[in-house]
Design a binder for this molecule. Sequence first.
Ligand code: ATP
Length: 343
Amino acid sequence: MRTSPHAVPSPIVDVDQLRKTYRSLSLSGRRTVEAVRGVSLQARAGEVFGLLGPNGAGKTTLIKMLLGVVKPSGGSASLFGQPIGSVAARTRVGYLPESLRVDRHHTARSALRYYGRMSRMNGSQIRARSEELLRLVGLLGRDRESVRRFSKGMYQRLGLAQALMHDPDLLVLDEPTDGLDPVGRNEVRKVIEQLRDAGKTIFLNSHILQEVEMVCTRVAILAEGQIRAIGPIGELAHGEDPRVVVEIPIAKTVDDRDSAPGSPASEPSWSEVFGAEKSDTIHSKRLGAAFQLTIPAADQNEINWIVDQLRQANHSISRLQVHRETLEETFIRLVGDSKGLVS
Ligand SMILES: Nc1ncnc2c1ncn2[C@@H]1O[C@H](COP(=O)(O)OP(=O)(O)OP(=O)(O)O)[C@@H](O)[C@H]1O
């Protein structure tokens, strides 16, 4: 069968209505937690897909289901078209868990040898691949030191190297920079950026907004086990129409010129300026000696129209700024508060 040259390649990660309910028994009785509640998403080859959510959103549970470590309660998912949990799916994935443990007696080199053997690589394959990866993660030269002497950042970079040892087609990273200082975060982020630029497909969990903004190409916002938004990073952050913020000096308003000197200026009727329908969408407030209007404006034509209406009504404009929603504002709008999120 021939495929059309314009056919969209099938997704590498394909999740359909996946659910996980944890049930446990304790002295205080039966406890049920709906950790993942009907999540659907897709990640394609070459994407760095970010799953952003506060603590407890269900991110780790979702990753563990993809890796076949936790059994779903409902829905389905596949990696490379193979059902999650199958050997065929698992062997093509590299995984960096939230807290990787490397035995303290290891050096970076001996640890990679160990992981290489687990992936059934032979001695010369292990040597060549270790050299390449130690260089990539910036540990060449420190590779014969005990990992006991490693900083947390170096340890995480070794974790990235172990995940890449068998040259997986998909890299799954759970909170890769959690607990690192800014220098360590930056070092790990640089490695992820190099992998992204080399075309690796990466699925990354994070509650660190800046990390997601800097490295991901597509993002899903997860809260309370549900996807609240999903899309390319640029579009997601601008989910709401841009707004224009205009400041109109009070002394220059029509009302003020008509009123007696020194009397407080009353607010102009914005419905007379913009029409009743548009004025309903305007938020206005007094800001010192000016009125500040926040007006939704989908595009440049609408911004021009707003300026024209103000000028026609003889209002001066002392400041005009186009405000686009940031990813942080999108997150807070969708999740309700910024609890558990680091910007
Ligand atoms: N093995 C388990 N048994 C019972 N409840 C669990 C288990 N694992 C996770 N949970 C609960 O499921 C919910 C989602 O947890 P999960 O670890 O998937 O979230 P997360 O988004 O990865 O959070 P974090 O960033 O804190 O790791 C939480 O309420 C958590 O307490």
